[in-house]
Design a protein. Structure first.
Lengths: 294, 746
């Protein structure tokens, strides 16, 4: 079941970095086998998709799993499907670069590939997955604000059950989600958006090269249902979604910025103070309105 | 003056970098890439308090220590790291003096077990009051060194500056502060040690193999003949691998001896940022007087540097800071006083610029303040007072050649269109409600090449050149290539002087068993000082072959082979000696501080976003008097890279501290500029040859680090009206300062 080449590659990379090597590695090829392994592994199992967060955690000894289950052997998890009704399914092992390269993710969903292009650097995006970005639940995850405004849902599976949760319901706080130990993210479902819907993303960071967000935000404008909303990341333990439907007609950017600044609860850390984050959130929201009006 | 003229021969040409293909193809073998059969890995148990008394070291009895090699202070034959002083122990014995101080060394074949073992060592420490910053140290709260916590102090006196300042029509006072800076070389610190019947072998990432050899001989009480230190391909250093590799090397050598097998220690990034040396933070107070027409009367500078817990290179860093504190100007009187104080933070050490960026930031900002006080354009004020040939510097040194500073200023002003931008951009010229403002700012500066004062005379660096078969030449020197291009430029210098093709010259791997001590690869001295003896040795080697040709005919290659046949080996040995008249008195701090200076003018143009306060460097012009560019592409590479490092220090790099711990010891938290943040560099080479440099070249490795911060501060001031006397000038600091200024206006 496990390719020896894959095993040796992982062993080599772990060895060279001094991470804990005392775990079993499995790469199932079916969803059923994956679920069973996860059931057996329980709390000692870690899921591996791109590995861009997992390896950092292994190296830092933040986790010491007994079993690492690689999702990349399950073909159905690698799909990026556009359905006839306009909805999109992003499988658990779909990378950021695949989302960026998917030309059909434009218009209503443009904020998603735009946000993905801000995740880390190109080489990392070749491996990093959207599901992993969500599962890691870092407050500054760039893919989260657009998925929030697009009303995306996370599909969680066990051997026997499947459930779907919105992102705000899935992410509980800093690096905390409601995923049970026997559940894995199978896909992210982005619902079809009414005609004329547009979405935008902006990020504030310290350098132009890759950096974590001091604040990031996405805006969705749906003229058919007269919906207007903004999601803000990196300024609260969990993503903040601000519904601004009552500003749909006025498109009052100042008022929108004021409400968003009031909705967040940022912290001061080595990257920025809470005050600066708050002010930058206001700037991001005003600029998202500029993008919308442009 | 010769300017950008391509001469006959190799000097001034741009052959492909010798180390380029392997680095581009990924085949260069850095220390972590080299397989040492049977090698085991090593780790360090460090302190966790900034200052304390070690009460005991407990090894968890429930842990299997049978296959773990353990070294503590009592295992070190002579527990000192020999640098300028021997105050730093290889391993803390009774006291710890900073939070990352090494206490126990461990090595184990199983790397996972090694990591666990580190956690199973419990060092019991009685915490003592600590000096967390220079203010604690100055207040002697507590007193830990001598009678005042002062590690070293220097003074330069030219005339009666205090009296002259008092008599000046305008007097300006200011205080300027700069912080730590992490070198952030791409390859972290790493060394491997092994022993055989010849003695001790150490291979690693380093700038100065002979410094490492000296430290090993001292700590392990070994004869130098029993030690071979070899530099592996080194992925950047910037001064960070000047003295620190001595610590890593001593650690692996001790472990390897006890373990009886090769031991490898490669730092993780976090450990590297925490434990290794950084740029000295400084607080510089300046008082200066001039007349209303811009005539300088006198300057008094007071420099305070934070040395950290041990001496490392502090005395020479402070000394260089002192000698650059008056900038590139003619001061009729000057008084520079300085001290470096001890703190319970990791020892600060060498970093490109070596004290000069700290004091040049202060004097350049101060020149802007003085120009403002007398209502003169800052560059006009500078131009009126620039040093030139025949001028006297504060140490009494009279400049007698290779002073291209006026030319640098003229060219930079022209190319950047500074004066027009100065009058059309800026806060004063931007419309009300503008969301973006632009500004320009400039700095003028110098950097002395080679060791400070009498250093080169004491050191007498050496090189040896071998004649090889078919007329090839090999350069043997301990000057290392760490990415800056030493190997390539030495080949050019030797090829030109010997009269052989570039491809017929090779450079030996720096290994103390095989190359003479050329002195360390530091202080902008490699091209100008060591290069000059490479040049004269190569010249002699070429002449010997040509004499043989004249006497017995044949080609250069045939004559070489005959010489080798007859003499066995043909080697030219050269030692450096200062040109006649270069003398410095360490007691009075008078005389020729440096045999030559490189000069430059930087002009920065910034655009500030008044919503986010992000500072976009839209253009960066440098005109630099390099003496002679041996390899113009590599030379510009040094200048642009150094300027970017200064831009990082000025705008975003900041080590954040809490209770002696670094809060941001990772690349995600300690931010350095990326390629995307690099502005367009318009770099202009001015060539005022230095008589005693190879082909006229001067040292330029450190110079570009000196001028970026003050030029950017001036540009930000022009754009926003906010004058920073402290770096880094982050968007957040600008945001706060701007809000403050808006409040004041209301």
């Amino acid at each position: 079941m496990v390719s020896s080449l894959a095993r040796s590659w992982y062993e080599a990379s772990f060895l060279s970095h001094g991470a804990n090597m005392n775990f079993a590695y499995e790469k199932p090829t079916t969803a059923q086998a994956l679920s069973r392994l996860l059931e057996q592994g329980g709390a000692g199992a870690s899921l591996l998709a791109g590995g861009t967060d997992l390896l950092v955690q292994l190296r830092g000894r933040l986790i010491e799993p007994k079993l690492v289950i690689d999702l990349k052997g399950v073909e159905e998890l690698s799909r990026l499907d556009h359905h006839d009704d306009g909805s999109v399914t992003i499988g658990a092992t779909v990378t950021a670069n695949r989302v960026i390269d998917d030309k059909r993710l434009s218009g209503a969903m443009a904020a998603l590939p735009h946000a993905c292009s801000h995740i880390a650097a190109f080489a990392i995006r070749n491996r990093a997955t959207i599901a992993g970005n969500i599962a890691n639940a870092s407050p500054c995850a760039d893919s989260v604000p657009p998925l929030c405004v697009l009303d995306a849902e996370v599909e969680l599976r066990t051997t026997t059950a499947t459930r779907r949760l919105s992102l705000p319901a899935f992410i509980r706080g800093v690096r905390a989600t409601v995923r049970a130990k026997n559940e894995y993210i199978a896909a992210i479902h982005v619902p079809a958006q009414p005609k004329g819907t547009r979405s935008f993303f902006r990020k504030h960071q310290r350098v132009r090269g890759h950096d974590l967000a001091l604040a990031n935000a996405a805006l969705l404008h749906d003229p058919e249902r007269k919906r207007l909303r903004v999601a803000i990341g990196s300024c609260s333990p969990a993503p903040v979604v601000v519904v601004l439907d009552d500003l749909f007609e006025s498109l009052d950017a100042q008022e929108a910025a004021r409400r968003c600044m009031a909705a967040i609860i940022p912290i001061s850390d080595v990257r920025a103070s809470a005050e600066y984050r708050t002010d930058m959130t206001g700037v991001l929201v005003r600029r998202l309105f500029d993008d919308l009006k442009a | 003056m010769q300017s950008n003229v391509r001469s006959q021969g190799w000097i001034g040409d741009t052959p492909a970098r010798s180390d380029g293909p392997a680095k581009v193809a990924g085949t260069a073998r850095y220390i972590a890439d080299i397989a040492f059969p049977n090698a085991i890995d090593a780790s360090v148990v460090r302190s966790h308090v900034p200052r304390g008394r070690i009460l005991g070291i407990d090894f968890d009895p429930n842990f299997d220590w049978s296959d773990v090699t353990i070294i503590t202070a009592k295992d070190v034959p002579c527990n000192e790291i020999a640098e300028i002083e021997c105050d730093q122990p290889a391993l803390a014995d009774d006291q710890v003096r900073h939070v990352y101080e090494p206490i126990v060394l461990l090595a184990c074949e199983d790397k996972t077990k090694l990591q666990r073992a580190v956690q199973r060592v419990h060092v019991r420490i009685e915490q003592l009051p600590a000096l967390l910053n220079v203010d604690d140290s100055l207040a002697c709260n507590p007193l830990v060194l001598g009678k005042d916590n002062v590690m070293c102090s220097y003074r330069v006196v030219l005339g009666d500056a205090k009296a002259e300042i008092e008599r000046a029509e305008v007097v300006v006072r200011g205080m300027y502060e700069v912080g730590h800076q992490e070198q952030m070389y791409i390859e972290p610190q790493g060394c491997v040690a092994y022993w055989d019947d010849a003695g001790l072998h150490v291979v690693g990432s380093m700038q100065c193999p002979y410094y490492v050899e000296k430290a090993l001989a001292h700590a392990l009480r070994l004869e130098r003949s029993r030690i071979d230190v070899t530099q592996s391909v080194t992925g950047g250093a910037f001064g960070g691998k000047e003295e620190y590799p001595s610590v890593v090397a001593v650690h692996v050598a001790l472990l390897s001896k006890k373990a009886g097998r090769p031991v490898r220690m490669i730092y993780e990034r976090q450990e590297d940022v925490q434990a290794t040396t950084k740029r000295h933070p400084a607080r510089v107070t300046v008082e200066a007087g001039c007349d209303r027409d811009g005539t300088l009367r006198g300057i008094a500078v007071d420099i305070l540097m934070d040395a950290g817990a041990y001496v490392t290179m502090t005395p020479v860093v402070l000394s260089r800071g002192v000698l650059h504190a008056c900038g590139a100007y003619r001061w009729p009187t000057a008084l520079v006083q300085s001290k470096a104080v001890i703190t319970n933070t990791p020892p600060n050490g060498a970093f490109r610029g070596f004290g000069a960026p700290q004091t040049i930031f202060a004097v350049e900002r101060h020149m802007d303040r003085m120009a403002e006080a007398i209502g003169m354009e800052p560059m006009a004020f500078r131009q009126k007072n620039l040093l030139g040939i025949g001028a006297t510097m504060p140490t009494g040194q009279v400049l007698n050649g290779s002073v291209g500073v006026q030319e640098c200023v003229q060219r930079a002003l022209e190319k950047s269109d500074y004066l027009r931008k100065k009058s059309t951009l800026g806060k004063a010229n931007s419309p009300a409600g503008a969301t973006k403002v632009r500004g320009v700012g400039a700095s003028v500066f110098l950097h002395g090449a080679g060791f400070t004062g009498s250093g080169e005379d004491r050191l007498k660096g050496a090189v040896e050149l071998d004649l090889l078969k078919d007329g090839h030449v090999r350069v043997r020197s301990s000057s290392t290539d760490m990415g800056q291009g030493t190997e390539t430029v030495f080949r050019q210098i030797a090829a030109q002087a010997a009269g052989v093709p570039f491809e017929n010259v090779s450079v030996a791997t720096p290994s103390t068993a095989h190359v003479p001590d050329s002195g360390p690869t530091v202080a902008s001295r490699t091209v100008m000082i060591v290069g000059s003896i490479v040049e004269s040795a190569a010249k002699e080697l070429g002449e010997r072959v040509r004499n043989e040709q004249q006497q017995h005919g044949g080609s250069f290659a045939e004559a070489s082979n005959r010489l080798l046949e007859r003499e066995g080996t043909v080697v030219v040995h050269r030692r450096y000696a200062h040109p006649a008249g270069v003398k410095f008195d360490d007691a009075t701090y008078t005389g020729t501080a440096y045999p030559a200076y490189a000069w430059a003018c930087d002009i920065a143009e910034v655009e500030v976003d008044l919503d986010t306060f992000e500072i976009d460097v839209v253009g960066f012009w440098s005109a630099v008097d390099v003496g002679r560019a041996i390899h113009p592409v590599l030379c510009r590479g040094q200048l642009d890279g150094g300027a970017l490092q200064s831009i990082g220090w000025a705008l975003c790099e900041e080590v954040q501290w809490k209770d002696g711990h670094i809060l941001n010891p990772r690349m995600t938290t300690y931010i350095v500029p990326t390629a995307l943040d690099a502005p367009p560099f318009m770099t202009d080479l001015v060539e005022e040859p230095y008589t005693f440099g190879p082909g006229g070249a001067k040292g330029i490795g450190e110079l570009p680090m000196d001028g970026g911060a003050p030029a950017l501060a001036a540009a930000i001031e022009h754009a926003t009206g906010i004058a920073f006397n402290r770096i880094p000038m982050t968007p957040e600091r600008l945001f706060d300062a701007w809000n403050e200024s808006q409040r004041e206006r209301r």
